[in-house]
Ligand binder design. Structure first.
Ligand code: SIN
Ligand code: FE2
Length: 218
């Protein structure tokens, strides 16, 4: 009972915060699963290692990435795409663990998006100083399905912008165990992660891990 009502860290109650139509911040909702998720990430990275991808513009992303699921998100000089084969290993990406899938489905339902069935989980690793520039998640076929994003380890400042690039953004502090969901009218909101501050977290050491669950192929 206590487990259900309270997040494992700091005794803070889980709290669902509505941010906009279709956007929610679920404070502490992944605290209980965090260690299992991180162990799985470690295992999966042995199969499909973290790597800093190249952008179509020829830059190297500061964030290191890998994926699990039937497809994975990749970027290179030719563009962004989802691919069933990890270009680094030449093999399929690691299978998405059943507990990842179940968790994402439950969270999406909690945010008003029943029937979510993610086929990919992008795994981002942020070292201190790394960031993600303002962008939209729009490489997925099905833009009706939401994005479910789990924050683990070092905290981050996430900027939730609007549908237009120049719309003002709202800064959100994301801590270990927080889950952000954006879908429906918020699905194409621009967003960014500001440079991660130097620090140490007992669960991850000196990095932040972010999991984003998506329905990439409809
Ligand atoms: C993303 O925008 O795809 C990841 C967001 C995050 O790391 O919080
Ligand atoms: Fe994104």
């Amino acid at each position: 009972m206590t487990d259900d009502l309270f997040a494992a860290v700091g005794g803070l109650p889980k709290q669902k915060e509505a941010l906009a139509d279709g956007a929610f911040l679920l404070h502490g909702y992944a605290c209980n699963q965090a260690n299992d998720f991180l162990e799985a990430v470690h295992r999966m990275a042995l199969q499909s290692p973290f790597r800093q991808m190249e952008t179509p513009g020829g830059y190297r992303m500061s964030v290191a990435m890998t994926n699990c699921g039937a497809v994975g998100w990749t970027s290179d000089r030719h563009g962004y795409r989802y691919s069933a084969i990890d270009p680094l290993t030449g093999h399929p990406w690691p299978t998405m663990p059943a507990d990842f899938q179940d968790f994402a489905r439950e969270i999406a339902a909690e945010a008003g998006f029943p029937g979510f069935s993610p086929d990919v989980c992008l795994i981002n690793r942020y070292a201190p100083g790394t960031k993600l520039s303002l962008h939209q998640d729009k490489d997925e076929v099905d833009l009706l399905a939401p994005i479910v994003s789990v924050s683990l380890g070092l905290p981050a400042i996430f900027v939730l912008g609007g549908l237009k690039r120049q719309d003002p953004g709202r800064r959100l502090g994301l801590r270990h165990g927080d889950v952000l969901v954006w879908g429906g009218p918020s699905r194409l909101r621009h967003h960014a992660v500001l440079p991660i501050k130097e620090g140490h977290h007992p669960a991850t050491g000196n990095c932040r891990i972010n999991l984003t669950f998506r329905q990439a192929r409809g």
